[in-house]
Design a protein around this ligand. Structure first.
Ligand code: ADP
Ligand code: MG
Length: 304
């Protein structure tokens, strides 16, 4: 079932197209990665979903209707909490804003403080906490009311590797329990590990969208790793190869667009080369990203 649907959403800031005809669908119970370089339009897109800014054109539908704010948990990119409040007091206050009953709110607060290894700090003031801890508290505020949809804008920004992993695990657990999660990131490794679907956006325009596994499969430039014994003529002769790095008995090569790895293998067999290993390596999301975005030297800007 489709939980959220954006249909040709656009947003201009004066004459600048921050988001340009962006469409995508988010399936219920999935993890959706909104990825792209700085300035791509991720935050602007998210702000339109959570109703902070209005799109100039296009439609956003949540279960076919207008967004119901209580069903969304939102972690903004620019974090900010009331610094003078105590951790527990603040969490309770935020829970009340989401119409939670005190008993349930307290149970949830206990649960999440423990889960995020931050229980010892519950009676401290926010300003006494490190940035990372404050971020964890803000993350909790987005979850307390058990939203159907969780939208996290750069959730790993400013976290150390241990806490990044902790948040990543919680995102996966939340998915298991039926929560739909949209998160934005410019760090491909984070997205690669946990996303079911991705949308790659650059300069406000969608470049790639779909199931991560499909995106990888359809990405033309596959790398092939071959361990072999014999002449390397089958590599030199091949018309399938864009470039290669030969180490004598081991070659790493990149196929041409539309190149067929099978033909390389056939040639090797014909040449009586002994193949010890033949691996077609899927491109990493980072490679896809660099290929799609990295070659563009104009930087982030889409003026008309
Ligand atoms: P991302 O989150 O992908 O890094 P943003 O959505 O924050 O990108 O920004 C996209 C572009 O829109 C950027 O070039 C940014 O400078 C511009 N932008 C964002 N918000 C505003 C605004 N309120 N006024 C003018 N320009 C903005
Ligand atoms: Mg952003």
């Amino acid at each position: 079932m489709i939980l959220l649907e954006l249909d040709k959403i656009s947003k201009n800031f004066t004459d600048f197209k921050a988001v340009n005809q962006v469409s995508f669908k988010v399936n219920e119970g999935s993890i959706f990665g909104l990825i792209g370089p700085n300035g791509a339009g991720k935050t602007t897109t998210i702000r339109m979903i959570v109703n902070i800014i209005m799109p100039d054109s296009g439609q956003i539908k949540f279960l076919g209707e207008e967004i119901v704010p209580d069903q969304i948990g939102y972690l903004p990119e620019v974090r900010g909490l009331y610094k003078k409040m105590y951790v527990e007091e603040l969490l309770l206050f935020m829970a009340k804003l989401k119409s939670m009953k005190t008993k349930e709110a307290k149970e949830q607060i206990d649960y999440w403080l423990k889960k995020l290894n931050i229980s010892d700090w519950r009676r401290k003031k926010i300003e006494e906490l490190s940035k990372g801890m404050q971020q964890k508290i803000q993350f909790i505020t987005t979850l307390l009311h058990k939203p159907k949809l969780l939208i996290l804008d750069e959730p790993f920004g400013g976290l150390d590797p241990i806490n990044t992993n902790l948040i990543k695990d919680i995102i996966l657990e939340l998915k298991e329990s039926g929560t739909t999660i949209i998160f934005s990131t410019h760090v491909m490794e984070s997205a690669e590990k946990i996303c079911d679907d991705i949308l790659l956006i650059n300069k406000g325009v969608v470049i790639l969208c779909g199931k991560l596994s499909e995106v990888k499969k359809n990405f033309k430039k596959h790398n092939v790793l071959i361990a072999y014994d014999g002449s390397d003529d089958f590599i030199k002769k091949s018309t399938e190869i864009e470039k290669f790095n030969n180490y004598g008995h081991y070659v790493e090569l990149q196929l041409k667009q539309g190149g067929n790895a099978q033909r390389i293998l056939e040639q090797a067999v014909q040449d009586k080369v002994v193949i010890q290993k033949f691996e077609i390596k899927e491109p990493s999301l980072n490679e896809i990203f660099m290929e799609a975005v990295g070659t563009d030297k104009n930087g982030g800007g889409n003026y008309e």
